[in-house]
Design a protein around this ligand. Structure first.
Ligand code: ARG
Length: 459
């Protein structure tokens, strides 16, 4: 047991208590951030004359040595230390002796852990943003390639009106684009440095908090020391944003699963992204999409977990907050993994375009356009709706599509129909006439593609 606080105690900690209290098994993942924060702290202490230049150099050399040795595997982070902060400090003292004992001057583990977590999360937000950007690039390519790939658009999972694959992919583009902007917002709001808050009430040493904030690329120092050590809002925001990413991925997964089903066959998932059955030789299962859908629950769980952990904590630091780490780490790992896998699956997935178009043709997705044709020829919309309803009934009875009816059959139901009805309800016309901004028509879609291309290029 290696603890930083034995002085006041007359008895050893019970082993079970020690294990229960320790966080090294999970906070070891931010050893690099802990060392970076410590280097900034001692640099500031020396600038303020609280440490000598010599002490500062010894400490920085020692810290860099620890980082190097952890990275090259010669210094494993073992569980005999209570947490990553104790591990670094104890190893520093072993290496450089008395100067190492000065590292913790004007600092508490409370502001230290708040700093480490922020440094760690900032890097993770950048990674999440990069993965979202990769997804957007794949979606943009699919949009560019499929402005004329017709498919049914659904409401209530019933065929509604024809759209294009570009348009459908464009919907996910907008979702993941908003996810990126949420990541940016969180980064901006959380980017203040808690170092110097001490345990909760600052310190009596003349620290320069602006300076450490600058050394660590923060926009500035936090403004209330109690809040600094007990704020976990940004983690809740991140969990919420990641839950939204997962919700989007889960909806997308559900669609891929449906599209990949034997009944739909709109897509074929690449062999590299599907799995077989141990008993049924014919099976090729969409396990990746199902797992992404399933893992959404873990990320939602973490959000609920942390909200609940935080809800009754009085100011300022309480050990409850140590619980933030495993939940947040697991949610980050899960979200990053799902984003990367889903993007790969999407990139390699084959779209069965003729099957999509055929499906759009056979679900009366052009019924609204047939009604609009009548309206354009002077029939009031409500009457037109009724006429087309009768056409649909007639077609269902005969097992044909609207396009398959002869002009005589059309005219038998309404004399307003003329030869140009076929063009008016063709798939191409149905889609291409929809050119309001944001609609699936090619001209409208191309405008959006140009906007999104510029957005991705302008990064
Ligand atoms: N492992 C602790 C955490 O994650 C570090 C802070 C410890 N502070 C304390 N006063 N015990 O929250």
């Amino acid at each position: 047991m290696a603890q930083l606080w034995g002085g006041r105690f007359t008895k050893e900690t019970d082993q079970l208590v020690y294990n229960f209290n320790a966080s090294i098994s999970f906070d070891k993942r931010f050893y690099a951030q802990d060392i970076r924060g410590s280097i900034a702290h001692v640099t500031m202490l020396a600038k303020q004359g609280i440490l000598t230049e010599d002490e500062k150099e010894k400490i920085i050399d020692g810290l860099e040595g620890i980082r190097r040795d952890v990275e090259n595997g010669s210094l494993p982070i073992t569980e005999e230390y209570e947490d990553i902060h104790s591990f670094v400090e104890a190893n520093l003292i072993d290496r450089i002796g008395d100067a190492g004992k000065k590292l913790h001057t004007g600092r508490s583990r409370n502001d230290q852990v708040a700093l480490d977590m922020k440094l760690y999360i900032r890097d993770e937000i950048v990674e999440l943003d990069g993965l979202l950007k990769d997804m957007l690039n794949v979606l943009l390519k699919l949009m560019e390639e499929n402005t004329e790939t017709y498919m049914p658009g659904f409401t209530h999972l019933q065929k509604a009106q024809p759209v294009t694959l570009a348009h459908h992919m464009g919907a996910y583009f907008e979702m993941f684009k908003r996810d990126r902007s949420r990541m940016k917002d969180i980064y901006k709001r959380m980017n203040t440095c808690p170092l110097g808050a001490g345990a909760l009430a600052g310190t009596t040493y003349p620290l320069d908090r602006e300076y450490t904030a600058e050394l660590l690329d923060f926009d500035g120092p936090t403004l209330n020391s109690m809040d600094s050590v007990s704020d976990r809002d940004y983690l809740i925001e991140l969990l919420s944003a990641m839950s939204t990413v997962m919700m989007h991925l889960s909806r997308f997964s559900e669609e891929v699963i449906i599209w990949n089903s034997n009944e739909y066959r709109f897509v074929e998932i690449d062999d590299a992204y599907s799995t077989g059955s141990s008993i049924m030789p014919q099976k090729k299962n969409p396990d990746i999409a199902e797992l992404v859908r399933g893992k959404t629950g873990r990320v939602y769980g973490a959000l609920m977990g942390l909200l609940t952990t935080m809800k009754g904590i009085p100011l300022a630091y309480n050990k409850d907050m140590q619980e933030d780490k495993e939940m947040v780490f697991d949610a980050i790992d899960t979200t990053k993994g799902c984003l990367a896998l889903f993007t790969g699956m999407l990139q390699t997935m084959k779209f069965n375009k003729s099957r999509m178009e055929d499906s759009a043709k056979h679900g009366f997705t052009n019924a609204t356009d047939a009604a609009d044709y009548l309206v354009n020829h002077g029939v009031p919309f409500r009457d037109a709706h009724g006429i087309v309803g009768r056409l649909v009934l007639y077609c269902i009875d005969k097992g044909i599509a609207l396009d398959d009816m002869s002009l005589e059959e059309f005219k038998a139901i309404s004399p307003v129909f003329e030869e140009d009805i076929y063009d008016a309800i063709s798939m191409k016309t149905c889609v291409e006439m929809r050119n309001t901004l944001g609609a699936p028509g090619k001209a409208a879609m191309e405008k959006v593609i140009a906007i999104e291309k510029a957005y991705l290029a302008g990064e």
